[in-house]
Write a protein that binds this ligand. Structure first.
Ligand code: PEP
Length: 263
């Protein structure tokens, strides 16, 4: 269902009216995790300044350590909904448990399935049935074929509003958290009609790499990027070292504008 054999033309997915797909470059930005109403609003304003048309933010956080901040749950979803009200930015947020799909769908404009859950098949089927667009991140140890098969699980439930997100894979290299597989963008776009975006924040895990990797993603033809921003990364409860700060935003906006396929 997600292959080019099924649909020859590349798809455009709309998230609360915001297009993701060919001939446009969609910027999604926001905090890694929702922490407080003030932090989320400040991050949303930063997202706007960077030219974002969608707000990201995790209320349910899939952390490697059970002792790390796990997210605010429904309280976080309510904060996101308030910030959407205030800024007009539709919300992309992660769901990590199939039992929470209805709850998260009540608030989200787009459901995110993270790298650790890419092969959580009951979750994929549940988001496929939820009636919301889905962002499917590539499993950090998954092949492109496995990623597309995961998308197929969602599509099989009648939902073809899927955006693929390359977010880096595990390699022997230790200088970066994961290795951004830039070639996955054109490969997945050739095999599938779905839009493909890139997460330069979670792949590199380092602020100084986010802008160079964004440039690379756009140059290779990604349909969008999703980046972390934070008003005070030094005190962030999740992934502060990769969050862009105020002084990075103008450059991100200019990269997105100048490299956008529309220009
Ligand atoms: C995220 O985007 O908040 C996230 C946890 O990303 P990933 O699943 O790619 O690690």
């Amino acid at each position: 269902l997600v292959s080019r054999e099924h649909r020859r033309q590349r798809s455009i997915i709309r998230v609360a009216g915001v297009p993701i797909g060919p001939d446009t470059l969609t910027v999604i930005a926001g905090p890694c995790a929702v922490e407080t109403p003030e932090q989320t609003l400040a991050a949303a304003q930063m997202a706007r300044a960077a030219g974002a048309s969608l707000l990201r933010g995790g209320a349910f956080k899939p952390r490697s350590s059970p002792y790390a901040f796990q997210g605010l749950g429904e309280t976080g979803l309510k904060i996101l909904a308030e910030v959407r009200e205030e800024t007009g930015l539709p919300i992309v947020t992660e769901v990590i448990d199939q039992r929470d799909v209805d709850l998260v769908s009540k608030y989200a404009d787009m459901l995110q399935v993270g790298t650790r859950n890419m092969q959580n098949f009951p979750l994929l089927q549940a988001v496929g049935a939820a009636g919301k667009p889905v962002m499917l991140k590539r499993g950090m140890s998954s092949t492109i074929e496995e990623w597309l098969m995961a998308a197929e699980y969602i599509a099989q439930r009648g939902n073809l509003d899927i955006v693929l997100c390359e977010r880096g894979i595990r390699t022997f290299e230790k200088a970066t958290r994961n290795t951004l597989d830039i070639s996955a963008v054109p490969v997945a776009q050739r095999l599938s009609h779905l839009p493909v975006i890139v997460d330069p924040s979670h792949s590199g895990g380092r602020r100084d790499l986010v802008l160079p990797l964004s440039r690379a993603a756009i140059a290779v033809g990604a349909d969008g990027i999703i980046v972390d921003v934070h008003p005070h990364p030094e005190s962030a409860l999740c992934d502060g070292p990769q969050a862009l700060i105020d002084s990075d935003l103008r450059e991100l906006a200019s990269i997105a504008q100048h490299l956008s396929p529309l220009v």
